[in-house]
Design a protein around this ligand. Sequence first.
Ligand SMILES: Nc1ncnc2c1ncn2[C@@H]1O[C@H](COP(=O)(O)OP(=O)(O)OP(=O)(O)O)[C@@H](O)[C@H]1O
Length: 252
Amino acid sequence: MLSLHHAGLIDAPSLSPLHGEVTPGEVLAIVGPNGAGKTTLLTMLSGFRHSQLGPVTLDGWSLDAWTPEALAGRRALVAQFEPTGFDWPVRDLVVLSGDPGEAAVAEIMGQLELACLAERGVSSLSGGERQRVMVARALCQLAAARRDHDRDGGLLLLDEPTSALDLGQQQRMMRLLRRLAVERRMAVVCVLHDLNLAATYADRVWLMAAGKRVANGTPRQVLETDRLALTYRADLMALDREGESPWLALRP
Ligand SMILES: Nc1ncnc2c1ncn2[C@@H]1O[C@H](COP(=O)(O)OP(=O)(O)OP(=O)(O)O)[C@@H](O)[C@H]1O
């Protein structure tokens, strides 16, 4: 379990204190306008940036108390822009942060439809293919630790993992993340710009604006059309769905 105890940042970029939890088995979507602080928050949740206010704890321990090796076995981050540094073959890059063994690597590459790209240099890939490689790498990192310690769970943090994906790939990616949350008891935290994806696949949503969390709840509670129109300064049309948050579209 990931817990925030009035965690936040006072330096630029600042983040107002946040309190809350992300539990194993759930998908949390972080949404909000450009510059709202979503990436900054995700970086703090990953431990790459230290909270300057209260602690962020993972499995009861402050992130600052984890060794880098232990933390790498328990949480993985897929950043928005991941420089690869070198033109790695896809198969080599996905096991760079942890190798869970041939069968598990094949399963993960299959889930992300990368098997036929295994020998290709990563610089030759399309944007969407590269994005799937980076998710595969994070999954291999967690799967390697799972194999070594024989336990499920873990924290998977993803910054806009569908931004370069076509419609079908977006659906398969979000379904995979949901399945990992439920079947592997992972806590999945996902920054998303597509509010309809958040409405469809997230259990809970945090809406960020100007470094503050301005709403926290189920998609239906948070993704209210008027609130979103105001927060995003967007002219929105909503298609109501019984018992669900509405589908959103931009007015021409
Ligand atoms: N090192 C820094 N120094 C000062 N300001 C920063 C720094 N890094 C980020 N910021 C600012 O902090 C704010 C939050 O940035 P962040 O990347 O978290 O936003 P975001 O919600 O992820 O935005 P986007 O949707 O555009 O990716 C932005 O206004 C950004 O310009």
